[in-house]
Structures are given as structure tokens and as C-alpha cells.
Design a protein around this ligand. Structure first.
Ligand code: BG6
Length: 300
């Protein structure tokens, strides 16, 4: 548990509130930062360093959040941007270990906050997971900038590996009528077909059933075209060689306790990741940064 899990929001506000950002008690009694500026609105829970909302002014919510989400210590929040770390998916040999690792369940501490020239708000959080020192920088502005830095201290005597993902959930008008562009030439592990490695299609991704694909060795940015919402969402990335695309469709939605039966229609995940053969190895003293920049524009 992080020190600031027990800190009153008054204390957090005294130390870290800046114009446009304040702390309050949010859902389930968990502490959240709330951002309201002329540029954007946003929200981040210290539980998991979990961004749960972001919308630039003039746009509807960009991130999707389940109405059935837990807001409870020990359980991940469903929607927004969970951080997957230090493994992705189920643990390779311990079925009792939490899916997608500890980071989204950890108490994170606020390291700093500041208002940038131009009006964006920056929030930096930190925690330690296993031997790794983690720092997460979130900039709420007309773009949402996420940067997860993982450092292996020199006090550790050997190198270590990890997987990570900024598991971004996007709100869409209807997943059956969107398309995702940018992964046309990447091969992927098809997790709904025995994790077989498949060649990429030459056309953009469209959805007509459960989709769970781990695209490997891809540095490409992605665009989500949503004609029904008249908008396009861009996910630009760096320090990431994998991209995961996920929609649970009908049956899996029903099996998940924290996911509404009909909610699969209104979401899709495009995850900025380093997983499987793209896992990261750090020598003592090294740092890796995985980052995503999300922007939204209206379609003509
Ligand atoms: C995706 C995985 O990233 O996350 C899926 O590829 C998984 O296999 C999904 O079902 C949700 O995971 P969780 O642990 O949040 O239910």
C-alpha cells in the first residue's frame, strides 16, 4: 500500500493541487485527481494510477468506462487506461497471480503536479513493483500524453525482463461500424484462435466477432475511424513494439462480472504495449519508457 493511500485528500490538495487540478474522494472511497481546464477534462485514480476519463473541450468522452466497473482495492477498474505490468494476460506459471500484473492494483503515490505553459496539467506518480521503480507521467491537455518509465536500480545485481501495456479503452458509437488503421502490415497472435501467429490483412481492421489480437514488431501509430461519432482517434506511440486490439463481443461480455452484457458495442481497446517476443529486458541502471499520445479530431 502506498503512503498516500492513507493520506487525506485535504493533505494531497495542500501539497499537490494546482489551478485546474484537485484531489477528491471518488467512487468506492478511492482517491482521484480531477482535471478541469479550458483545454480538457480528466480524471485519474491513485489506485492503479488509472486514468478513467479524458475529453478535450468540444469533444465527448474519448475513454470508455464500464458502468459495472469495480472501484475497490484489490480489483482493477474496467475501462479508461489500466496499466499492465510486469506481465500481460495471465501469469505464465502462477494461475493465482493477477491477470495483467500488479501495477493496476497497486497504490501509486503522487510525485508532482504542474500546470504547463499553454494550460495542460501534468501529474506524475510513482510506485515500486517487484524490483522495478516505476514513474508514470500523465498530461491532460488537448492531447492525452501517457508515459510509463520503468527503471531497474543499480542495487539489483542482474538484468530483469517485463511486459507492459497502456491498455486504453476507447468509447465508440458501435464497434461493428468502426475501423482501425495502421496495423495492415503487422503479424499478430490471434488469441481467439489458439494464439496462432497470423499474417496481417492488407485492409484495416473491422469487427464482426470477438477480437483479441496481439500485433508484434509494430512501431506504427493507429487511427480509429468512427463514422457514427463523426470522429477519428489517433494513438501515436513510442517505446512500444506491440499493439493489442481487443473487443470481447457477446459471450465473453456476459462472463465478465465487471462488464455490462451489452457494453461490448460501445468500446474497443487499442493497447500500446511490449509483450510476448517484444518483452523488454533492462540491465541494472537502465530505464525504458513506453508512451502513447492520444488525440481526437472531427471527421468531415
Ligand atoms: C486484453 C487481453 O488486453 O485484455 C484479453 O488481450 C483480455 O485477452 C482483456 O481478456 C481484458 O483483461 P482483464 O484482465 O482486464 O479482464
Amino acid at each position: 500500500m502506498g503512503i498516500q493511500d492513507t493520506m487525506l485528500t485535504d493533505e494531497l490538495n495542500t501539497r499537490f493541487a494546482v489551478p485546474g487540478l484537485r484531489f477528491e474522494t471518488g467512487r468506492g472511497g478511492l482517491t482521484r485527481a480531477v482535471v478541469q481546464t479550458p483545454l480538457a477534462e480528466g480524471e485519474l485514480y491513485l489506485h492503479g494510477a488509472h486514468v478513467t476519463a479524458w475529453a478535450p473541450r468540444g469533444h465527448a468522452a474519448v475513454l470508455w468506462l464500464s458502468e459495472s466497473s469495480h472501484f475497490e482495492k484489490g480489483k482493477p477498474i474496467r475501462g479508461g487506461v489500466p496499466i499492465c505490468f510486469p506481465w500481460f494476460g495471465p501469469h505464465s506459471n502462477d494461475p493465482s497471480a493477477p491477470a495483467h500484473g500488479f501495477a493496476r492494483l497497486a497504490g501509486w503515490n503522487v510525485a508532482s503536479t504542474h500546470a504547463m505553459d499553454g494550460g495542460a496539467i501534468v501529474l506524475e506518480l510513482e510506485t515500486t513493483i517487484e524490483s522495478f521503480a516505476m514513474r508514470y507521467r500523465v498530461e491532460f491537455g488537448s492531447e492525452l500524453k501517457l508515459a510509463l518509465a520503468t527503471h531497474l536500480p543499480t542495487s539489483v545485481d542482474r538484468s530483469a525482463t517485463f511486459e507492459d501495456a497502456l491498455h486504453t479503452y476507447f468509447s465508440v458509437s458501435d464497434v461493428r461500424s468502426i475501423s482501425i488503421h495502421g496495423l495492415e502490415n503487422a503479424s499478430y497472435l490471434d488469441k481467439v484462435d489458439g494464439a496462432q501467429l497470423k499474417s496481417a490483412a492488407t485492409f484495416p481492421i473491422a469487427f464482426s466477432g470477438e477480437t483479441d489480437r496481439v500485433y508484434l514488431h509494430t512501431l506504427s501509430d493507429c487511427s480509429l475511424i468512427d463514422v457514427g461519432s463523426q470522429r477519428s482517434i489517433r494513438v501515436a506511440k513510442s517505446g512500444s513494439r506491440s499493439t493489442v486490439v481487443w473487443n470481447p463481443w457477446i459471450d465473453k461480455s456476459k462472463r465478465m462480472a465487471d462488464f455490462g452484457d451489452e457494453e461490448w458495442r460501445s468500446m474497443v481497446c487499442i493497447e500500446t504495449a511490449n509483450v510476448d517476443g517484444n518483452r523488454i529486458e533492462l540491465a541494472p541502471g537502465q530505464t525504458h519508457e513506453t508512451s502513447a499520445i492520444i488525440s481526437v479530431s472531427k471527421l468531415d
